[in-house]
Design a protein. Structure first.
Length: 496
């Protein structure tokens, strides 16, 4: 088992050959898996494969240094490709690169404004849905990689999948994914099998990236063209990156600096843009490959994944082109299996889980798979969770009425209402209807000792209650407010 991250710092890892070997081999496996995906995402965005490959290199290397989540992999991604594809189609590469740079600036600004702290509002079931939706989405995309291929490609994938499951039980000296990739590549090269290879995905670059200054007018008009795409890219990238960082936190039982990760992603996109890349964010599949399948835990593996990628495509492009897609598919299918939260769909779990929680998970999964966008799934899941929470809390408010006769009250009859529960916009909207305005005596006491006022909607609701009683000539006294609720009511109530 990999050591906890607290004991797997970069300095400590460099002193331990066993740990260092894990990081180096993990970075190599990730680099091999990034190549075909970067090319595929370039096709989605409508750019040359080199634009996606260079983005994967610069994103990985930059976030390895600046990011807040060690061992997480950032590269060109499908979500970012989908966002910027329309801009590429309408205005070309120059505007696209300018949009990538501006997206990085937006991410840095959002990080400084505290956007990363919003992660605390993402419920657990949204996280489970995010993980399961990701596993399903990766599974579907990997099956498409060899769909329609000769039967031998499926056989190779099956053998690779068997090996990647069995080898870790025999030895962990070398990551099973690397063994599978090398073994199947040698098999295909020696037997000259006709199966899809990495070389079929697109032409690999033969030179290093160079400084790229987008040739666009520095005008307000240019800004209005690229800003919507940049903002969308910034939000999608941050959401995927922070969710992935939280996922790695859970797997490794460690914490990461989400704010640093947010501005680190922004800085990486700025660097990527100036080197002619299409930008990106955290790649969940390759991150799981690095952390779960390979056991990497430090920034070394992230950094080396970028370095190895560049060396492989520029120096060893002819060799990399021979890798059968079946080998990479087998590895990614294993990642899908390891990533999916199987406990969440056990019959016993489903029986115990409240229907609202189940709905949140399902909406997140369906939204992710249907749109092929993890960010959309997460947003939908959070919205459903908010509605479910508001609906649940709204029913917790109770109003009990007690009529105190004149003899007991000492002077005149009193209707005493006791309000229990948390009062905010969802729970206080019905407060107005819970009083007997026409049937109550001339004096009413509303006891708020068991409740708490949270917002302006509740203050307004209380004002509406007192106004309605005033129309009937009834005197209302509100008592029992705690100090925070009293201050809020005094600050927000009408001053007629």
């Amino acid at each position: 088992m990999p050591a906890p991250l607290e004991r797997r710092s970069v300095r400590a890892t460099l002193r331990r050959p066993g740990w260092l070997r894990t990081e180096v081999l993990g970075g190599l496996v990730v680099a091999l898996a990034l190549i075909p995906e970067a090319i595929a995402f370039s096709v989605i965005a409508g750019v040359d494969p080199r634009v996606g490959l260079f983005a994967s290199f610069t994103m990985a290397v930059t976030t390895a240094v600046l990011g807040g989540r060690p061992a997480m992999i950032s590269a060109a991604t499908g979500a970012v490709a989908l966002v910027i594809a329309p801009l590429m189609a309408s205005h070309g590469l120059q505007h696209l690169i300018a949009a990538v740079i501006l997206a990085g600036v937006f991410q840095v600004v959002l990080a400084l404004l505290g956007a990363a702290r919003l992660m605390r509002f993402i419920p657990r079931q949204v996280m489970v849905g995010f993980v399961n939706g990701l596993a399903i989405l990766v599974f579907l995309t990997q099956v498409q990689e060899i769909w329609g291929s000769p039967w031998i490609a499926y056989a190779l994938a099956a053998v690779g999948l068997l090996l990647v499951f069995v080898l870790p039980r025999l030895t962990q000296a070398v990551p099973a994914p690397l063994v599978v990739i090398v073994l199947l590549t040698v098999t295909v090269a020696v037997t000259d099998l006709d199966v899809p290879t990495v070389g079929d995905k697109g032409e690999l670059p033969d030179a290093l990236p160079v400084l790229f200054l987008p040739d666009v007018p520095l005008t307000w008009e240019t800004f209005t063209v690229i800003a919507p795409f940049s903002l969308a890219m910034a939000l999608v990238g941050l959401m995927e990156s922070l969710m992935t960082a939280k996922l790695v936190d859970d797997i490794t039982d460690t914490r990461s600096d989400k704010t640093r990760e947010a501005w680190g992603q922004g800085a990486a996109n700025i660097v990527t843009g100036f080197l002619g890349g299409m930008g990106g964010c955290a790649v969940v599949g390759q991150t799981m490959m690095n952390v779960k399948a390979s056991g990497a835990r430090t920034r070394i593996s992230t950094f080396l994944s970028g370095v190895f990628l560049l060396v492989l495509v520029v120096v060893l492009g002819d060799v990399v082109a021979l890798i059968p897609m079946a080998a990479l598919v087998a590895v990614m299918l294993f990642v899908c299996w390891a990533t999916f939260d199987w406990h969440s769909i056990r019959p016993a779990t489903l029986r115990r889980m409240p229907k609202s929680e189940l709905a949140v998970m399902l909406v997140t999964v369906v939204g992710t798979v249907w749109t092929h966008n993890l960010a959309v799934g997460v947003i939908l899941g959070v919205l459903v969770a908010m509605v479910a929470f508001a609906n649940r809390v709204a029913h917790f408010v109770q109003v009990e009425r007690e009529l105190v006769p004149a003899e007991a009250a000492g002077a005149e009859a009193v209707a005493r209402y006791t309000v229990t529960g948390e009062l905010f916009f969802a729970s206080s909207n019905d407060l107005y209807t819970m009083f007997d305005y026409a049937g109550d005596p001339q004096r009413v006491v509303i006891d708020m000792d068991r409740s708490h006022v949270w917002d302006y909607s509740t203050v307004t609701a209380l004002e509406s209650v007192t106004d309605k009683y005033a129309q009937h000539g009834t005197t209302v006294e509100i008592v029992g407010l705690n100090e925070a609720s009293r201050r809020m009511r005094e600050r927000l109530r009408r001053r007629d």
